[in-house]
Design a protein around this ligand. Structure first.
Ligand SMILES: *[C@@H]1O[C@H](CO)[C@@H](O)[C@H](O)[C@H]1NC(C)=O
Ligand SMILES: *[C@@H]1O[C@H](CO)[C@@H](O)[C@H](O)[C@H]1NC(C)=O
Ligand SMILES: *[C@@H]1O[C@H](CO)[C@@H](O)[C@H](O)[C@H]1NC(C)=O
Ligand SMILES: *[C@@H]1O[C@H](CO)[C@@H](O)[C@H](O)[C@H]1NC(C)=O
Length: 825
């Protein structure tokens, strides 16, 4: 009996041992014992790293941009708890990459300097020369050491005979790259002459000094961004916030508070005899333990200023065109051709064709390796002959002359360009009126009267025609499928434009709720007190009327508690408005991707939301009289009512199917990248399974609290699906869990939902479950889940984890084996 017991005991122990050993073998091979210190006699070679005490930061030789077919090695520091080496916070040799890492070593020279020796391919590189002690070649230290601290600072100190630190000779915080960590300084030291400034990368894959700098102006107490030395944007004065614990904020960042999460940062300006500096520390939010994740202020190669861990940035290039000093922008003079304030660069996908009688080849490619996208933008803007520049060429500059014609690619798959766009109709009308004024002042009155009368007539007619169009049964998508359309026309209320103007306070900015598929959405309050949401279809979207009708007809016919309810519509001139019931809790993304609100979404609520969406989808796909493919399911299209019940909205792109029809094809896939299934994005084929794909992405986003595209920042083409799959494959699915969900009692259910999410994003649409299968998987815990095959869009990261153990673990991915692997880390 005893021996039987011990042999049955030893099996799990053996299993555990195997797992631990193989883990050590695969993960820790080549890593020597961790240390945070480099002594004077030591070398750090490319296989070694310094790791700070708490493991917050790591220093080593890395190839952060190797995905871009670029083998450059840099000595870098990165946040090793929450980020990868591909998002370094500091780079020692940004302007002098090492091309052959095998020979690079870091050592401390006796004169108190840090040097990288790279014997085979060039001269030694001295790290960040300058400063107090760093230029003296006549001293000889014999007891110095370098330590990587837990705040990310690499410090070189002189140690006296009893082992304590005597003084700091050098520190990496004195040579910022493009990132300001808590405890770093921006500003000036008058005694040493040191000026702490951030300088952007040149390109996403090139950390050499780019166009933008971020500095502190102690006189005006504000942050200043310069583009190639010219003042570009300022943050406005650093001032007290009158709310709670004496925190401070910048004038021009106030409006972006929720986007920038800067409420977590305690900013301060410090003035002493020697120094005038800006710095910040972190205000820990007990409601959101993820506060500490990756705290940094950064200026990127496009001049986007970020001060948050959510990856959202304020794009200064889109904000500032030099026309005015609004929002902190600097003003500068414009070339003759750019004097219309509405002229803008717009990112568009497509190509350029020569005009019939044009001369030249239309494009100009400057390969100069010291200029980047930001410089190219300036070049194109200042050249009246330029109409666009390439987004794809990030080092050097590819500009396109006005001589060519832009051919847009509606699928959005083609190469992308920043194309100059300016409104023309208004200008012509103005000019015409101006001429008529000068020609004949007397005629003017009668002419205007006639014009106004004519416009009014046209307006009335058009309005009438639109209303007819909307309420007629002759609809664009399989209209014969729609029964009893007269009902619909009667149920739907037509609102007057004036009443909507009143309700939304003339579409005031304060009332704006967000941006929907085809235009902004405003909150309104009708005269009788009822709250409404008004979607204003943007005039510029050429397809506006089609989507308008589509959404109107569809949604008016659909009645389900997980679909948003349409109350009516309004047509006035060019204006097309849809009026919905108001959702006090806005959209799901406003909770999920807002660090301050995310913790409100507890586990029970998240499951409820996933279930609610699946019920809404079931109704669309199977239970309504029509089969409806939504085609643009995403987190921002899920609205939440007062009780946090989810409601699917935004039916502008939905398509109605005959019950017998299963798949369709379109030459023009519309939707949102990151949520589009491969067959839809690439071949335009859509079916209920493309909605299932989007739903799978939504599930993974709800579980992880991260956006599918939030990984762009790590410079790897790895999305949330790839990340989830990676973890799943390793048996570490629980690591996907949003850190605000720390309770472990739902681990099993969590893993089950991860698996369902992954099943929904399978590469092949046949492998994806139908919505009724999904619902039975969610609600019935005894349903056996199919194995996850490799999901779509994960083949981009083939260099990561080609772990052959997958087949053993995936069948029983929620059993104890995968969990013990987790705990073993
Ligand atoms: C790097 O240094 C470690 C420790 O000194 C040594 O074991 C290893 O062989 C070195 N690697 C190379 C490539 O020089
Ligand atoms: C990077 O290294 C690989 C393998 O050593 C080599 O094949 C490739 O040509 C290198 N790429 C560049 C851009 O130097
Ligand atoms: C290191 O990280 C831990 C949590 O991960 C944090 O509590 C600590 O404050 C960090 N240390 C520093 C110096 O930032
Ligand atoms: C590259 O551009 C920089 C900045 O505009 C300029 O100073 C330099 O002369 C250019 N180099 C070449 C080779 O044209």
């Amino acid at each position: 009996m005893g021996s039987q017991e011990s042999s049955s005991m030893s099996l799990p122990i053996l299993l555990l041992l195997t797992i631990v050993i193989s883990y050590l073998f695969f993960c820790c091979i080549g890593v020597t014992a961790e240390t945070n210190t480099l002594n004077q006699s030591d070398n750090l070679n490319f296989t070694q790293q310094l790791v700070s005490n708490n493991k917050n930061f790591t220093l080593g030789f890395v190839k952060p941009f190797v995905d871009y077919d670029n083998n450059n090695t840099y000595l870098a520091i990165w946040n090793s708890k929450y980020e990868s080496p591909s998002s370094p916070v500091w780079i020692a040799n940004r302007d002098t990459p090492i091309t052959n890492a095998s020979f690079a070593t870091l050592f401390i020279h006796q004169t108190g300097k840090f040097v990288i020796n790279r014997t085979r391919d060039g001269h030694p590189i001295q790290l960040c020369p300058g400063g107090e002690t760093n230029n003296n070649n006549n001293v000889n230290y014999n007891n110095i050491k370098a330590v990587l601290l837990d705040n990310g600072n690499l410090v070189l100190t002189e140690v006296n005979s009893n082992g304590s630190v005597d003084r700091t000779l050098w520190q990496s915080f004195d040579c910022p790259t493009d990132t300001l960590l808590p405890g770093m300084k921006l500003g000036i030291n008058h005694r040493t002459g040191r000026n702490w400034t951030l300088t952007s990368f040149l390109a996403p894959d090139d950390p050499s000094q780019g166009a933008f700098t971020l500095e502190w102006n102690p006189n005006s107490q504000e942050l200043v961004v310069r583009r190639r030395g010219m003042s570009f944007w300022n943050s406005g004065i650093l001032k007290n916030v009158s709310d709670d614990l004496g925190r401070m904020t910048f004038e021009n960042l106030e409006v972006m508070e929720s986007t920038l999460e800067y409420k977590y940062y305690r900013m301060r300006s410090n003035k002493s005899l020697d120094e005038e500096v800006f710095s910040y520390s972190l205000k820990y939010d007990p409601m959101d333990p993820s506060t500490y994740k990756s705290i940094k202020m950064r200026i990127d190669y496009t001049g986007a200023f970020s001060f948050a861990q959510n990856g959202l940035a304020l794009s200064l290039e889109d904000l500032c065109y030099g026309y005015s000093t609004e929002n902190g922008c600097a003003k500068w003079s414009q070339p003759k051709c750019r004097t219309d304030e509405n002229t803008r660069f717009v990112l568009r996908s497509g190509g350029f064709a020569n005009r019939p009688n044009s001369v030249g080849d239309g494009g100009h490619y400057d390969k100069n390796g010291t200029i980047g996208l930001a410089d190219c933008r300036v070049r194109c803007w200042n050249d009246c002959d330029c109409q666009a520049y390439s987004k794809t060429v990030t080092v050097g500059c590819l500009t396109i002359s006005k001589d060519t014609e832009f051919i847009p690619d509606p699928s959005g798959q083609a190469v992308r360009f920043y194309v100059i766009q300016r409104p023309q109709n208004e200008r012509k009308t103005k000019k015409w009126i101006a001429i008529s004024v000068s020609v004949c002042g007397v005629l003017l009155v009668s002419v205007t009267v006639i014009i106004f009368y004519w416009r009014w007539r046209r307006k009335v007619r058009k309005e009438r025609r639109l209303l007819q169009l909307i309420t007629s049964t002759d609809t664009i998508h399989n209209a014969n499928e729609l029964e009893n359309d007269k009902d619909f026309a009667q149920n739907l209320k037509i609102f007057s434009f004036v009443s909507i103007l009143e309700a939304t306070n003339n579409f005031s900015v304060q009332n704006k709720l967000g941006q929907g598929g085809f235009g902004p959405v405003y909150k309104g309050k009708l005269a009788e007190g009822k709250e409404i949401a008004v979607k204003r279809l943007s005039k510029s979207s050429g397809q506006g009327l089609v989507e308008f009708k589509n959404e109107l007809i569809l949604i008016a016919k659909l009645q389900h508690m997980n679909l948003v309810r349409l109350l009516g519509c309004c047509v006035h001139n060019e204006e097309k408005l849809l009026i919905y019931e108001y959702m006090p809790n806005k959209s799901l993304d406003s909770f999920l991707f807002d660090a301050s609100k995310r913790s409100i979404l507890n586990w029970r609520m998240r499951v409820m939301i996933i279930e609610g969406i699946s019920q809404g989808l079931l109704y669309l796909h199977q239970h309504s009289r029509l089969r409806i493919i939504h085609r643009d399911l995403k987190v921002s299209n899920i609205l939440l009512d007062g009780e946090m019940n989810p409601k699917i909205s935004d039916f502008g792109m939905a398509r109605i199917f005959k019950r017998s029809e299963l798949i369709a094809n379109t030459n023009n896939p519309v939707g949102t990248y990151g949520y589009m299934s491969p067959e839809y994005a690439m071949d335009g084929i859509f079916s209920v399974k493309s909605d299932i794909f989007s739903f799978g992405v939504i599930i993974l986003e709800i579980l992880s609290g991260r956006r599918n595209n939030s990984f762009y920042d790590t410079k790897k083409p790895l999305n949330l699906i790839g990340h989830a799959w990676d973890l799943w494959e390793k048996g570490a699915g629980l690591e996907l869990m949003d850190p605000t969900l720390s309770n472990s009692c739902f681990n099993q259910q969590f893993l089950r939902l991860v698996q369902i999410g992954l099943l929904c994003v399978e590469e092949s649409s046949i492998d994806r479950p139908t919505i009724s299968e999904v619902i039975s998987m969610i609600t019935n815990e005894s349903t056996i889940l199919p194995m996850v095959k490799k999901p779509a869009f994960t083949n981009l990261d083939s260099n990561i984890h080609a772990n052959p153990q997958r087949n053993d673990t995936e069948n029983n991915s929620i059993n104890n084996v995968s969990i013990s692997t987790m705990n073993g880390r």
